[in-house]
Design a protein around this ligand. Structure first.
Ligand code: SAH
Ligand code: DHB
Ligand code: MG
Length: 225
């Protein structure tokens, strides 16, 4: 990838932030706290955060599920899409990440709308099903890529017709088309996309993205029945 191109994508993302978004100390602080605690800088970009928020609002989501909390950056965007009595269940395997996220949610004033679960997502998803909660209206898959196919099955199981499922990082600089890739993340998203394609109850597309996070993409999966 030409460096000149990725610089331009990042510059346009900065322009989007300057032009369309209000300054937001709470979101900035979540990223800064994550960095200070040594967490990887892999949160969604501001434009992607707003995109997720708009999608969640568009489906009138009152119950949102997120897999992969990190420092709570995308979680704040999603929680702010909710009405006051709405709920974001967000799942994080790493206690250090969850501790940072908890502070981020409190600072953002959305902690009352968030159920932060610490543990491997597969285990937590089984617990959630056992709790017989109401279906989720919007689901954001952003945890470990090798488990994405399993997360799709769980997402559909915890959904209703009309639920929107979004999965992050499914293009991976274009590596997704390499069937022989030795990268476990690439193979994970390929299995996920094959599972999506084979699923009888979803309609899906994949939107490629460029920006401050480089070249990647999100799968958009609507549960139809
Ligand atoms: N959604 C966040 C970024 C998530 S990064 C944002 O955009 O702000 C991916 C996160 O998934 C990391 O915090 C990682 O610890 C977590 N994760 C990795 N494997 C997991 C698993 N098996 N279960 C739950 N979380 C997991
Ligand atoms: C990684 C994970 C993400 O969710 C992301 O958006 C970017 C990178 C990673 O594990 O490297
Ligand atoms: Mg991601």
């Amino acid at each position: 990838m030409a460096i000149r191109e990725s610089k331009r994508w990042a510059a346009v993302d900065a322009y989007v932030v300057d032009t369309l978004f209000e300054a937001d100390d709470v979101l900035e602080q979540a990223l800064a706290d994550g960095e200070a605690a040594g967490l990887p800088a892999i949160a969604v970009s501001p434009s992607q955060g707003r995109f997720l928020q708009i999608l969640a609002r568009s489906v009138g989501a009152t119950r949102i599920l997120e897999l992969g909390t990190l420092a709570g950056y995308s979680g704040i965007w999603l929680a702010r899409a909710l009405p006051p009595d709405g709920l974001l269940v967000t799942v994080e395997v790493d206690r250090r990440h969850a501790d940072v996220a908890r502070r981020s949610f409190e600072r953002a004033g959305v902690a009352d709308r968030i159920d932060l679960r610490v543990g491997p997502a597969i285990d937590v998803l089984a617990l959630i099903e056992a709790e017989h909660q109401a279906p989720f209206d919007f689901i954001f898959i952003d945890a470990d890529k090798p488990n994405y196919a399993a997360y799709l099955d769980w997402a559909v199981r915890l959904a209703r017709p009309g639920t929107l499922i979004v999965a992050d990082n499914v293009v991976r600089d274009g590596a997704v088309i390499d069937a022989d890739s030795t990268d476990a993340a690439v193979q994970g998203v390929r299995r996920f996309l094959d599972r999506v394609a084979a699923h009888p109850r979803v309609s899906a597309t994949l939107i490629q993205t460029v920006g401050s996070k480089g070249y990647d993409g999100m799968a958009i999966v609507l549960v139809t029945s």
